[in-house]
Design a protein around this ligand. Structure first.
Ligand SMILES: [Zn+2]
Length: 109
């Protein structure tokens, strides 16, 4: 299932975001492994958010809300309407990431 970058529209596989992207950061492998077992609310704690920013990922409240990605052209800005729509859906469905991912996928968000 793919979700799309709010800024450039690049598709990202949700499995990759949930399970693999963390291993592309500068985190030591054992820390990246441990990240997978963290409660959802802790997965974007400042330390991890910073690691993801280091590889070009800016997320909303969850890793499947990709606001900016490594494929974004330099200086690209997020589409404000898509940004607001995704944030609203995330607020509505944030407790159910599977549902959120399916909704993003359905609407090419
Ligand atoms: Zn992008």
């Amino acid at each position: 299932m793919d979700v799309h970058c709010t800024t450039c529209g690049e598709p990202w596989d949700t499995y990759h975001l949930w399970h693999d992207a963390i291993f592309e950061t500068a985190l030591p492998a054992n820390d990246a492994q441990a990240w997978g077992s963290l409660p959802r609310a802790e997965k974007l704690a400042p330390r991890y958010r910073q690691e993801f920013i280091g590889i070009g990922f800016y997320f909303g409240q969850s890793v499947i809300n990709v606001i900016h990605c490594p494929a974004c052209p330099d200086g690209a800005k997020a589409n404000p309407e898509r940004l607001a729509t995704k944030a609203a859906l995330e607020t509505l469905m944030g407790d159910d990431e599977d549902c959120l991912a399916a909704t993003f996928a359905d609407y090419n968000l």
